[in-house]
Design a protein around this ligand. Structure first.
Ligand SMILES: [Zn+2]
Length: 159
């Protein structure tokens, strides 16, 4: 693992804020130990693992995602929450749908659901030392894990 990735992992496990990480980065640079920014490290991981993240607009209340037949939806009929931050006068009536896509291409969604497809998620798990160990074949785990071996012998003694 490169130096930058070690600090990136440290940041993630240590709950450091982005500002604290930047200050640490400055101190390290002054000590002639340069590391990449969080953004650069994250892009590097995404590239190495071929991680493609998809963003979908969703209701701010978490009711639904605006996909498929709901792609042109302006608000959900039950919770009535607006999908976008709308400047006054963009849509005059109280309609549930936008008449066309062009009307909302410049608007900012109030909430976004970040979706990572299953294959990249599995790649992320295998990139994690602890989880890649847990996801081995069960027979491999039994022979290497003394705790489970003890459980087995204890249950044999009970019989
Ligand atoms: Zn809703």
């Amino acid at each position: 693992m490169t130096r930058s990735m070690k600090f990136f992992a440290f940041e993630n496990h240590g709950n450091l804020s982005d500002n604290t990480y930047d200050r640490l980065r400055t101190l390290l640079a002054e000590a002639d130990v340069p590391i990449h920014s969080l953004k650069t490290s994250w892009i590097s991981i995404q590239t190495q693992l071929d991680l493609r993240v998809r963003n979908y607009d969703c209701c701010i209340e978490g009711c639904m995602a605006f996909t498929g037949e709901h792609k042109k939806r302006r608000k959900y009929e039950y919770c009535k929450e607006l999908r976008f931050v709308e400047p006054d006068g963009v849509v005059e009536d109280d309609s549930l749908f936008y008449p066309d896509f062009e009307l909302y291409t410049t608007l900012k969604a109030r909430a976004v659901f970040i979706y990572i497809p299953i294959i990249p998620r599995l790649k992320l798990l295998y990139a994690n030392q602890t989880w890649s160990g847990k996801m081995r074949y069960p027979s491999t785990l039994n022979s290497e894990d003394p705790a489970s071996a003890n459980e087995e012998s204890e249950s044999n003694e009970e019989k």
